[in-house]
Design a protein around this ligand. Structure first.
Ligand code: ZN
Length: 369
């Protein structure tokens, strides 16, 4: 009686432990695959005003947009953590910004900027991903954004002799491997679509150039140029409260869509992984009908006797099976029929794709049920 009680309790305890472990694993798996953290990087700040327009400065505009974007994410995507590289008017070195992103293990890095160019009639929004510029124009944007490092102390050491104004320096971006390029382009496209379709901005497209601020970031990352402060009507728009709200909402919707796709993809990958794991643990019975030193050509010999022939290599030999079932009594029934054609056919067992002994397979299945 006591022994019976003990064993029942023990069974109960094991059952609870298994349940607990399973839940922990399941939730850990879920956590690991969700989009969790975004880093919002307002360009420039403090002694570095960035681009300067007639009435506004880049550092102020981009800080406003960054803070708005962060507040929308906090409000509408509460499970996403927002990390800022700056929340006020302070100077932050470029490499420090990537460092903040890396430390927070962010899933996405968004650097926000505004543009300037000598031709006032040029306007529009563009989003960059890291890479080697394809046009001189894109190189000029990178040069301008990277030139802020000269305001940093000892920048030649920090950036290993990188000269932001020399085209030759940019060769490093050609050699650089960018493993997050696809996701970065995906995010950049979402941003540009929003700017164009929802805010009606002129779409200058998704571009590539060598930005130091993105170089050391270890996650998908984009650099958004909201528009040109050197174009008076564009300056008016992005310097206005309404314009900044529109631009921040547009980037927010891009983040939301990116997160949705990210989470959906991770979920699919997780389901596939679990199915693989389950399959690897599953026992299947097959009926061996032939064994040969040489590979049997399809359409000959044993293939003529059965429609479903499955070959596997067992040591030096090729072995041929027909039928497959996880149920032993089903395979036993099939064996009768198979033996009418191959009299010495017999049952073998697999766990996943590993051949195991019949008794081991049956004991394992008993234990599972
Ligand atoms: Zn900038």
């Amino acid at each position: 009686m006591t022994i019976y009680l003990l064993s029942t309790r023990l069974k109960f305890f094991i059952w609870i432990s298994v349940l607990f472990l399973f839940n922990t694993l399941a939730s850990e798996g879920q956590d690991a695959m969700q989009f969790k953290t975004v880093v919002i990087d307002a360009g420039h700040g403090g002694k570095d005003p960035g681009a300067v327009g007639k009435t506004s400065r880049e550092k102020d505009i981009v800080l406003n947009v960054a803070l708005k974007l962060g507040s929308y994410i906090n409000e509408y995507l509460p499970d996403v953590k927002v990390v800022y590289t700056r929340q006020k008017d302070v100077f932050v070195p470029l490499n420090k910004r990537a460092e903040i992103a890396n430390k927070s293990k962010a899933d996405l890095f968004i650097s926000i900027h505004a543009n300037a160019i000598s031709t006032p009639k040029i306007y529009g929004a563009e989003t960059f991903v890291l890479g080697l510029h394809r046009t001189k124009e894109n190189l000029e944007v990178a040069k301008m954004e990277n030139s802020v490092i000269v305001l940093e102390e000892d920048y030649t050491t920090t950036y290993e002799g990188f000269d932001p104004n020399s085209a030759e320096s940019y060769i490093i971006f050609e050699l650089m491997q960018n493993i997050h390029i696809d996701q970065s382009i995906q995010m950049a496209s979402l941003v540009q679509n929003q700017f164009k379709q929802r805010v009606g901005r002129r779409d200058r497209g998704v571009k590539q150039a060598g930005f130091l601020v993105l170089r050391k970031a270890t996650m998908p990352s984009v650099l958004v140029e909201l528009g040109f402060l050197t174009n008076s009507s564009e300056e008016k728009f992005i310097a206005s409260e309404k314009g900044q709200t529109y631009m921040a909402s547009a980037i927010f919707r891009a983040v939301r869509d990116y997160k949705e796709e990210f989470d959906a993809k991770s979920k699919m990958e997780d389901i596939a992984r679990r199915a693989d794991e389950k399959e690897a643990e599953e026992v299947n019975y097959r009926i061996q009908v032939a064994s040969s030193k040489k590979k049997i050509k399809e359409g000959t010999q044993i293939y003529k006797k059965f429609d479903d022939v499955w070959e596997f290599k067992d040591g030096e030999r090729y072995k041929y099976t027909t039928q497959c079932s996880s149920d032993y009594s089903t395979i036993l029934k099939s064996l009768k029929e198979v033996r009418s054609r191959v009299s010495d056919a017999f049952i073998i067992a697999f766990k996943g794709d590993v051949k195991i002994g019949l008794s081991e397979a049956r004991a394992y299945q008993k234990q599972q049920n």
